[in-house]
Unconditional design. Structure first.
Length: 187
């Protein structure tokens, strides 16, 4: 499994903290590390997301005045090839030709990720999502060390308002454990 020092894994976890349902373009991930991308793909941590790219948005690095506030271009087929086109047809910008990696998206399989953490660290118990509505709180497993029964959770936090209620809910959700260890990647 990739280490937490992997720049690609750090990028993915940071983005998941912002939005747990975030999708990633293959080109975005490969730009960070092609070898780590291949590793995550082979390890089934990245799942192909099937969608029709027509009408999707693509990031616009130029930040032209015609693009919306998030600097997004619209994906469409031009002469049989995928391109990112500025939404203002009158704009003095050229479209961006897109590769297959630019229109191929993946989701990160957080359940597979926490199962790997559990297995590789000798935790027992069934991994699960503890907050199905928000998908921000995951039970990784438990371990007995001495007389202490320890529960390990992963929490994806994005802001102080929601983090407080999620963190305060952990003792209630894991009351059978003497000690609770909370992994919070970056928040």
């Amino acid at each position: 499994m990739l280490s937490f020092i992997s720049k690609l894994l750090q990028h993915i976890l940071r983005e998941l903290e912002k939005s747990p349902s975030r999708l990633f373009r293959a080109s975005e991930l490969k730009r960070i590390s092609e070898s780590d991308f291949d590793y995550l793909l082979k390890g089934k941590l990245l799942k192909y997301h099937r969608y029709n790219p027509d009408g999707d948005y693509y990031p616009c690095d130029s930040g032209c005045s015609s693009c919306n506030s998030d600097y997004q271009r619209i994906v469409g087929k031009v002469a049989g090839k995928w391109e990112a086109v500025c939404p203002d047809g009158e704009a003095d910008t050229k479209s961006i030709p897109l590769t297959d990696d630019d229109i191929t998206k993946y989701s990160f399989d957080i359940n597979c990720f926490i199962s790997n953490i559990s297995r590789e660290n000798g935790f027992s118990g069934k991994t699960s999502v503890l907050d199905a509505r928000n998908k921000r709180l995951y039970f990784i497993g438990s371990k007995n060390i001495g007389k202490q029964n320890i529960g390990l959770v992963l929490v994806l936090l994005s802001n102080e308002q929601t983090s407080e209620s999620i963190l305060l809910s952990i003792p209630q959700r894991l009351r059978r454990y003497h000690t609770r260890i909370v992994l919070v990647p970056f928040f």
